[in-house]
Design a protein around this ligand. Sequence first.
Ligand code: RAM
Length: 344
Amino acid sequence: MKQYLKRPGVWAASVAVAATTALAVAPLTSASAGSTYKTGLKVFVIPKNLGNSYFTTSDSVKSGGALAALKTLGEVGAETSGTAATPASQLPIIQADISKGANALLISATDPTALCPTLKQAMKKGVVVVTYDSDAPTCRSLFINQASTEAIGESEVSLLASEIGDSGQIAIVSAEASATNQNAWIGYMKLELKKFPKMSLATVVYGNDDPTTATQVTQGLLSQYPNLKGIISPTTVGILAAAQVLDTAQYRGKIALTGLGTPDAMKKYVEDGTVKAFELWNPANLGYLAAYAAVGLASHAFTAKAGASFNGGKLGTFKVGADKTVLLGPPYVFNKANINKFNF
Ligand code: RAM
């Protein structure tokens, strides 16, 4: 396993900070870089969908996410989105936010291009568009990426491979077929799978980040592929639904499951042996950093070009990398030994 998966100490500390002290961050003084950030900006935080606990953590004041950062900076922040993780559901909300006089939009894109005509128009009027979690590369100023896309794809496959002895038929339970992040991770999973000639990818199914759909597509996999050895679900909604389906004497310990999940939701399944290990980053830190970046850009405190750096509040200073992307940090592996240390 690669080095980027082995940094529990550093990361555990940052999780604790995010969970407990985001609101206690001291007001920015004139000596801090944040003093160049304007106050009173209208910033809308637009997750893929509402009611998805991953985004509740990345966005809320309570968890120390995007809205907590906006509050600390003295902005007017609100979380808005549709109920389905689709462009059709997200678009009217984005349009409404623009009409309400948004200075900046923070968006997890449900599609790489479908939102672009609207976002490009807004950018022309001076609205700052920052994507976080899932990108729309041609119509934003900056993307805050949770972890290296390649690292996520590769590590998901190698985690599963180690659980099934590098051999057998596997499947992927993704979210929306249009989601930029899901497709990018799956692309790297397919590349990594080439290193495991005895493993084969039977199919990719889509649960749309909807618990009912994710449950149904997982059940469908089990009946359609009786020899299935493992499932990767790189979505917090999908992996939870899949764990619930596999948590029976018939499947527990027989079909391996890994993916991207939240520790709170997955604890039960790790403890009862349905899931051995899965990954994630700190969603609250992702939202927090994206909010700082959006406010920094809207304040003209930095420009979105490679090499530029900006103040990320309690997370420190961050540098803009290639493709106007900022990397939050490495993904983290949760298992029975560490899962109780986390509460999000
Ligand atoms: C779901 C969403 C989100 C993804 C996480 C891991 O909540 O699909 O975009 O980043 O899972």
